[in-house]
Write a protein that binds this ligand. Structure first.
Ligand SMILES: Cc1cc2nc3c(=O)[nH]c(=O)nc-3n(C[C@H](O)[C@H](O)[C@H](O)COP(=O)(O)OP(=O)(O)OC[C@H]3O[C@@H](n4cnc5c(N)ncnc54)[C@H](O)[C@@H]3O)c2cc1C
Length: 447
């Protein structure tokens, strides 16, 4: 029996008041992949069919390498099919200078990868004809205080050095771009934009399978061992032996099997991020809000962000601290936030409320690992890896077929599980209160 994406059990919360992710409703059904039954061999085994795993498989098939994906549920069941689809070619932090200071030559390669990752995503989407579902309309990061414009200027200068298509908007230009007085200027990255992530996942899964890649759905990898000269993975009804391995389970690494890669699972803190989508906006209102349909997410710790889907629904979201009736609280939070940003949204109905897991790292930098002979993994998307994970998948694919790590555009490190990760995980929702206090203080100081 197929598990429905919105009721998948891997999501942190699917209770009363939650809907399926918007994308599940507006996206045509994907290919129905079989479950693995029996024993198979493959060159490269990939665990997880999100952007990372699918992009790796597509790359491997282009090179004529045998690639097999095991997915616990169905492609896109993790973050890739349930995110907000803001295509952002930067990390929250650090910026390029710090990345290079920390990681040297591999940091330089990584900065170039980041710079180009949004272009890469839109190129793929365009080959699939997803034009209505993927718009390279730009990503704007508006500053919530005048002080934050210093950060914006610095960030823009660093990215310009790297040839990124960025510009700094003043307050008037930002007001015009967003249709709101709330911000003081901003950084526009013209290579960013918006995507229906599930449409892209499903197109990538079909392309992988059309190119001869094997995808098994409803097939959780339960254990992982090194056996003589190959990797041995067991599933509920089968097993796989592979020369190389890519673990592309990201924030969901311990959601299905606690023993799959415990050290990688424990170096991130999975947090629940909530999304909401309104009913489609009337034409008159729509023209006054994000008129060029760009993606926006601001400089607050308690991020304010928004984008349209193809049918002009506004999508936004956030986190809720109080665990009681989270979907209703989220609806109230987002309605009043949207109304503060755009008073003309008052009374708009919120039709979808859903959530997913984001893997946070303390320094907001993702972690890339070689986990054994010809075996690779990454984690720590920090909510900024729709485009990045596609680029990372390609790099992991190259590494899995023997390209030397010095040529891979990822700074590799050893897994470093967080001390007291269980406790941090438990108290992590409270961090939001801290971010809100800092945001408010910064605002008071500047006004
Ligand atoms: C609510 C939300 C909003 C976000 N918004 C944005 C955004 O606007 N912009 C942005 O850049 N980033 C955003 N992100 C982050 C982005 O979605 C992720 O970085 C990206 O999708 C990660 O892709 P992935 O393929 O690495 O992991 P995932 O898509 O999470 O894929 C992991 C897969 O592994 C599978 N799996 C887990 N365990 C096993 C197992 N044992 N066996 C087999 N399969 C297994 C899961 O079912 C899942 O399908 C958001 C994330 C969330 C949750």
């Amino acid at each position: 029996m197929r598990t429905r994406l919105g009721l998948c059990g891997v999501a942190p919360y699917t209770g009363k008041g939650c809907t399926e992710p918007l994308w599940q409703t507006v996206t045509p059904a994907g290919v129905d992949f079989p479950q693995l039954v029996g024993t198979i061999k493959t060159d490269v085994l990939i665990i997880g069919a999100g952007f990372t795993g699918l992009s790796a498989a597509m790359m491997l098939r282009q090179q004529g390498v045998e690639a097999t994906i095991l997915e616990a549920q169905e492609p896109g069941a993790g973050a890739s099919g349930r995110n907000s689809g803001l295509v952002i070619p930067t990390l929250t932090r650090p910026d390029p200078d710090d990345i290079i200071r920390n990681y040297g030559a591999s940091g330089e390669r990584f900065v170039a990868l980041l710079r180009d990752c949004a272009d890469g995503l839109f190129e793929i989407a365009s080959t699939f004809g997803l034009d209505r579902q993927a718009e390279q309309s730009g990503w704007l990061q508006p500053a919530h205080t005048p002080g934050r414009m210093v950060l914006i200027e610095r960030r823009a200068a660093q990215w310009r050095k790297w040839g990124a298509r960025v510009e700094v908007l003043d307050r008037g230009q930002t007001r015009h771009a967003i249709g709101s007085e709330m911000w003081f200027g901003g950084l526009l990255n013209n290579s960013g934009g918006i995507v229906n992530p599930l449409a892209l996942v499903r197109a990538m899964a079909k392309a992988t399978s059309d190119a001869g890649g094997r995808i098994y759905a409803q097939t959780p990898a339960l254990s992982l061992d090194r056996e003589a000269d190959c990797w041995h993975v067991t599933t509920t009804r089968g097993e796989v032996r592979a020369k190389s391995l890519i673990v592309a389970t990201n924030a969901y690494t311990d959601a299905i099997s606690k023993t799959l890669l415990p050290d990688v699972a424990r170096e991130i803190v999975p947090v629940t991020s909530w999304l909401a989508a309104t009913e489609p906006l009337p034409e008159t209102v729509r023209r006054s809000i994000l008129p060029t349909r760009l993606a926006m997410s601001d400089t607050r710790g308690d991020l304010h962000f928004a984008r349209y889907d193809a049918d002009h629904r506004l999508i936004s979201g956030g986190a809720v601290v109080n665990p009681v009736d989270r979907p209703s609280r989220l609806k109230l939070l987002i309605s009043s936030r949207l109304e503060r940003m755009w008073p003309q949204t008052r009374g708009l109905k919120i039709e979808f409320v859903w959530n997913g897991r984001i893997g946070m790292t303390p320094d907001r930098f993702p972690r890339f690992h070689s986990i054994g002979p010809n075996a690779f993994a990454w984690a720590g998307c920090n909510g900024r890896a729709v485009a990045l994970s596609i680029a990372v998948g390609r790099e992991l694919a190259k590494a899995s077929i023997g390209v030397p790590l010095e040529k891979i555009a990822l700074p590799f490190s050893s897994p470093a599980p967080l001390l007291a990760q269980t406790f941090i995980r438990w108290v992590s929702p409270l961090a939001l209160l801290h971010y809100r206090r800092i945001d408010a203080k910064e605002y008071e100081r500047s006004s």
